[in-house]
Design a protein around this ligand. Structure first.
Ligand SMILES: Nc1ncnc2c1ncn2[C@@H]1O[C@H](COP(=O)(O)OP(=O)(O)OP(=O)(O)O)[C@@H](O)[C@H]1O
Ligand SMILES: [Mg+2]
Length: 644
């Protein structure tokens, strides 16, 4: 699916067909009124009063039918617009669950929001209002011109004289509208991103007195949006009246030329009146051309922006999800990892969205627009990194090295036991969290393999992965909802998980006493709209969430960084107990915590440099031994200082 306009409306082609027929009927009825008028006027001249009354009665009937048919056509076609929007929103939701996270990072979440809301609405208007008026305009012109031609070919040619100018102006208007609408959509996205950062950072702004600075940055973007809008308004203000001027010129020519034709008897008065009525019926569609072009071009620009997201690269996940194999082990084999180089410039990209000079909403649009927004290297990078197997340095591998940053994990091989506590130690920035994400299958190795039992992690689906490995990440994500729902995320909302189990998990995570003091217990709202948990409390809530998942492998990224010594001992006890049945990985800076592990791995600059038990490593006198010694010394100093 390429999400071209045709593809998104295709499921509704039957409704659109019905809509088109109704529109044709509307136009037919509409055009029959002047014809009846012609008959009536000419009958009046010939003093046939009965014919006049009959014609008048028909006008009433036709007008009533017109009302019904026109309403029905609108209902049918606008419904398709809404339905398309509904489908696109669902497609977007599904896509966001699979999308390569780096893509979102480069775009920015404000930009994503603006695409999901205002661009979506523009596409709905394109399909509903735009589609209806497009068909209507074509029909109105076709029918009116044909009837005018039947009445008088000469006069029709006169009426059409100003139209070449009309077409030129309309084309210029269309192009200008596309460019400006795209600019507005892009600036709106950038402004939403800015606004989001602005709201999140209000406290920091105040703390560091950055208000003026932030206000300037915000208003410069706001200024750009204003200028974009004004530029659009200027274009419309200049060209739109020109269109109506050209239409009026046509009417003037017809009155002058048609008037003399009536005098010479080439045309009856009835025909002249009907001709003018048809010309009059064209005024609105002609005027609407400008408006229609705006809607079509705005919708097209928005569709291109939506296509960019809907066709964005996805995390290369497999689809396997068999139940976890009992006793299977997780192991990494010569795994290396480099983040995309673009990550560092994500903010730069978000800040300067350059609209594409010319884009088409057809298949090539994806590539064209990716290039324009600076995302093409991401696409190339993702594709290349998927293909860059170590044994086949294909030409794309060169492209992938180009798109990737420095190696953060180098040639790491490690095999976890089926049960037991493994500690991962290393200084800040040594790559522990990256390794944790590789272990949990959240990142896929740039080279090397990560396997759980018989399956490569990359072959498992999200659900298959979640059943096997759980990561309690270093940065905690809490949702603004109740504690209970925050916890149940880990158990994937399994209805079998009762209150007792939730409380036990909280107890194990050292949050028991904190919860009992909360006003509504498990139903207390946390996050933005509820009680703000402390950093340590949030960390422990996340830990309890992972405990509830009960996966064979559980990786805890620095779970004791924000807790006091008593809680630390409690948590370590929990992890030790958990290790009797699960493979537990504990990432920590503290040698005192690592000492409890069955096996310790030391990471330095992305490479595993030491491995062994606490005793073995301290005897060896390497990095770990020095770390343990220094921490013991510091602890001793603190104790002695306190004693004095
Ligand atoms: N999303 C990212 N994009 C690019 N580089 C990253 C990203 N995350 C981490 N890095 C880089 O990878 C390296 C390892 O980071 P990582 O977070 O794995 O370290 P860590 O050992 O967990 O540190 P800490 O103990 O402070 O948590 C760092 O040099 C960091 O700059
Ligand atoms: Mg980390």
């Amino acid at each position: 699916m390429r999400y071209t306009l045709w593809e998104i409306v295709r499921p509704y082609r039957r409704q659109l067909g019905v809509g088109a027929v109704l529109l044709a009927a509307t136009n037919g009825l509409d055009k029959s009124i002047p014809w009846l008028l012609k008959g009536a006027i000419d009958a009046l001249r010939e003093q046939r009063l009965r014919a006049v009354v009959v014609a008048a009665a028909w006008v009433v009937v036709v007008a009533a039918a017109l009302w019904v048919v026109r309403t029905a056509s609108r209902l049918v076609i606008f419904h398709v617009g809404r339905q398309t929007e509904f489908d696109l929103r669902n497609a977007l939701c599904v896509k966001l669950q699979r999308i390569d996270e780096r893509f979102v990072a480069v775009l920015g979440s404000g930009e994503m929001m603006s695409r999901a809301t205002s661009d979506m609405a523009n596409v709905r208007t394109l399909v509903g209002f735009g589609g209806m008026n497009l068909v209507n305009t074509v029909l109105a012109y076709g029918l009116a011109l044909a009837l005018m031609f039947t009445l008088s070919p000469t006069l029709t040619l006169w009426a059409l004289l100003p139209y070449p100018g009309f077409v030129l102006v309309a084309r210029g208007l269309g192009r200008g509208l596309f460019k400006r609408s795209h600019a507005i959509a892009t600036t709106t996205g950038a402004l939403s991103t800015r606004l989001e950062n602005f709201i999140r950072g209000i406290r920091i702004q105040r703390t560091y007195g950055l208000e003026d600075n932030e206000r300037r940055r915000f208003s410069s973007l706001n200024d750009r949006l204003l200028r974009d809008h004004l530029s659009l308004v200027r274009l419309r203000a200049f060209l739109w009246p020109l269109l109506s001027l050209l239409t009026a010129a046509g009417t003037l020519l017809v009155i002058w030329r048609g008037g003399s034709m009536v005098l010479t008897g080439e045309l009856t008065i009835g025909e002249f009146v009907a001709f003018n009525a048809y010309l009059g019926q064209l005024v609105w569609p002609s005027m609407a051309v400008g408006f229609l072009l705006a809607v079509l071009q705005r919708g097209r620009a928005s569709l291109v922006r939506l296509q960019e997201v809907l066709l964005a690269p996805e995390t290369a996940r497999g689809s396997l999800a068999p139940p976890p194999e009992a006793g299977a082990r997780l192991s990494l084999e010569r795994v290396s990892y480099a983040y995309g180089a673009h990550q560092a410039t994500a903010a730069a990209f978000a800040a300067q969205h350059v609209p594409p000079a010319r884009a088409t909403p057809t298949g090539s649009a994806q590539a064209a627009n990716a290039k324009a927004t600076g995302l093409s290297h991401l696409r190339a990078g993702t594709k290349a990194s998927n293909q860059a197997a170590p044994e086949s340095p294909a030409p794309s591998a060169a492209a992938s090295t180009h798109a990737l940053g420095p190696q953060v994990i180098r040639d790491v091989s490690l095999r976890l036991p089926a049960q037991g506590l493994v500690a991962l130690v290393g200084r800040s920035g040594s790559g522990k969290s990256t390794l944790a994400k590789l272990l949990a299958g959240r990142l896929l190795p740039t080279s090397g393999t990560a396997v759980f039992g018989p399956h490569a992690l990359s072959d498992l689906s999200e659900a298959g992965l979640a059943q096997r490995i759980q990561l309690c990440a270093q940065e905690v994500t809490l949702f603004s909802t109740s504690l209970r729902r925050n916890l149940l995320v880990g158990g994937r909302f399994d209805p079998a998980i009762g209150k007792a189990e939730l409380l036990a998990a909280l107890q194990d995570a050292g949050l028991g006493p904190d919860i009992t003091s909360l006003p509504q217990g498990l139903d207390t709202l946390v996050g933005e709209r509820g009680v703000q948990l402390s950093g340590g409390q949030a960390q422990r809530l996340a830990l309890a969430r992972t405990l509830l998942a009960r996966a064979p492998v559980m990786v805890f990224d620095d779970p004791i960084s924000a807790v006091d010594a008593v809680t630390e001992r409690h948590l370590l006890g929990t992890l030790r107990a958990l290790a009797a049945q699960h493979a537990v990985v504990l990432i920590t800076h503290r040698a005192s915590a690592a000492a409890l592990a069955d096996r310790i791995f030391v990471l330095e600059d992305g490479a595993l440099v030491e491995e062994g038990t606490h005793g073995e490593l301290t005897d060896k006198g390497g990095i770990y031994a020095r770390l343990a010694e220094r921490q013991a010394l510091e602890a001793g100093l603190v104790l002695r200082g306190a004693a004095r």
